[in-house]
Design a protein. Structure first.
Length: 105
């Protein structure tokens, strides 16, 4: 098992993610195109990425998103988690999602 020190800015399974209001998106035959309105940069998502985007229009935990993907697609759980975290980190870096981490009591 690899130990990772989670900083407050890092995405974890318990993190809540949601699309920011600073974007507009459009479905293009199962794929999505997202325009970040402040930067003017377009971002494209494939079918699975578009499904994730649909899911985060309302706040969801990473765990909830992963569970939906595992139910809808034939994918190994570890591969799903790795790909999901990769996508969410890209969306976060692009300023397209807001990530909230619960603090442990």
């Amino acid at each position: 098992m690899i130990y990772r020190d989670l900083s407050l800015s890092e995405i974890a399974e318990s993190s809540i993610v949601v699309a920011t209001p600073d974007q507009i998106s459009s479905d293009l035959g199962g794929e999505s195109v997202i325009l970040h309105m402040k930067t003017g940069v377009y971002h494209g998502l494939n079918e699975v990425g578009a499904r994730v985007w649909d899911l985060i229009e309302k706040p969801k935990t990473v765990k909830e998103i992963k569970q939906v993907l595992l139910e809808e697609y034939e994918v190994d759980a570890d591969v799903c988690a790795d790909d999901l975290f990769s996508l969410l980190n890209e969306l976060k870096t692009a300023g397209l999602i807001k990530v909230t981490n619960e603090t442990a009591a």
